[in-house]
Ligand binder design. Sequence first.
Ligand code: ADP
Ligand code: ASP
Ligand code: MG
Length: 448
Amino acid sequence: MKVLKFGGTSVGSAERMKNLVALIKSDEPKIVVLSAMSGTTNALAEIANSLYDRENDKAKKLIDALEKKYEGVRKELYSKEASLSKGKDLVKNHFEFIRSFTLDMFTANEEKAILAQGELLSTAMVHYYLEEIGINSVLLPALNFMRIDENDEPDLKYIEENLKAELKKYRTPSNSPHRGTGGLLFITQGYICRNAFGEIDNLKRGGSDYTATLIGAALACEEIQIWTDIDGMHNNDPRIVDKTFPVTELSFDEAAELAYFGAKILHPTCVLPAQKRKVPVRLLNTLQPDAKGTVITEKTPTDRITAVAAKDGITAINIKSARMLLAYGFLRSVFEIFERYKTPIDMITTSEVAVTVTIDNPRNIDAIVKELKEFCSVELDKDQTIICVVGSFTAEKQGVAVKVFDALKNIPLRMISYGGSENNVSVLVESKYKKEALIALNKGLFNL
Ligand code: ADP
Ligand code: ASP
Ligand code: MG
C-alpha cells in the first residue's frame, strides 16, 4: 500500500483535479489524501473570523463568493448529468451547513466544523469525477479514524486500529467496489480529525501532510508521496531567495529539522510518524511528475550542508537572576513554568546569570512572564526569526560554523545555537534581517 497526498494547488481547479487521474489510476493499492482546493481554508478562516466578530453580512458575502467558485468548478469538472446533479447537491449541502452558523452564537467548535468543509468538498468532488470516468474509488471518512488526544497530539494507536477497521470493510469480495477492477483506490480527507472529546478538529494549517504520514505509519506503508507544486525540498526558501535547487536525498532528521524550522513544503511535525515506522517519504511535483523530487529515508548522508530554513513569529525571553549563579535547580524551575503552560521552547542560550529561550507560541506568554517575574527579571524581544542551517555535520562541525558566521558577518545575531545536534546550527535574528540572512547564506554556503 502507498499513500499519495495532493496539496491545495494539486486540486486547485477542475483541470488540476482531472490531471490527478494520471497520477492515481495505476492498479497498485493506494490511499489518496487530498487537501482543500487552494485558497479554500483561508476563505473558510476568514468566514469564521467574520462570524466571531459578529459581522454576519460580511460572512454571508464571503460564503456566497466561495459557493460561486465551487459552482464554477462543478460545472467545469463534470460533463454527465448524473455527476453534475450529485455535485450540485454536494455543494449546496456543504454551503447550507456553513450558512447555518450565521444564525446563532459562534464558538471555537463551530469554527473547526467550518474549517473542515474544504477537505470534505474536494475529496467528494474528485470521488464523483472518478466515478464519472469509470474508475472505482472508495471515499474513506477521515473523521472515522483520524484522532488527536487531549494534548492535541495524534493518537497513533487509535488511528491504526480504526483505520484498519475501516479498510477491512472493503476486503471481503461481496462488498468490495473493486471486484474485477484491479487495485484498491481509497480517497480520504487530509487535515481534519476528531479530538479527545469526539468533536471535529484539525491537525493545524498544512496538516494534510501529517494525515498522510500518520496513515503511512499506521499501515507501515511502502512509501508516502507528498505531491505539491515544487520539485522537492529546496536548499533554501524559494519564496524569498531567487536561486535555489532541489535536494534529492534527505535523512529523516534533516527533513524533520527543516520542516520544524519553517520549510513550508512539509507540515512542522509530519516527518515524525514516518521516521518512527521507517516509511520513506517522497516529495514530488504535480506540475512536473517526472522530476526526481526528494526522497526522505533513514540513510544519513555524509558530511554536508544540506539546506536553510527560517521560522518567523519567534519571541525571545531573557531571564536574569543573581540566584542562577552556582545554583542548581534554577533552570528546572524556569522550564517547569513553560511545561505547565504547554509552551515548547525552541532555542536556549545561557550565561552565568541569565538564560534566553525562544518560543513560537505566544498564547500564554503573559502568564508565563508573570510567574517568571516572581523569581527573576524578564525581558521580551518580539518579531524574531530563527534561521536554521541543516545538514550532517559529523566531522566538519567547525568548518560549518565558520562558514555560517562568515556568511552572516554583516547581520546582527541575537542568539546562536550550535552543537545541540549534528544536524543543525541555528541563529536568531530580528525578522527584518531574515531576507538578507537567507540570501547571504545562499551565497556563503551554496555559492548561489
Ligand atoms: P501544498 O498546498 O501542496 O501543501 P505548500 O504551499 O504547503 O503546498 O508547500 C509548498 C510550498 O512550500 C512551495 O510552493 C514553496 O514555496 C514553499 N517552500 C518553502 N520552503 C521550501 C523549501 N525549502 N523547499 C521547497 N518548497 C519550499
Ligand atoms: N487545507 C489545509 C490548509 O490549508 C490543510 C492543508 O492544505 O494541508 O492548511
Ligand atoms: Mg502544505
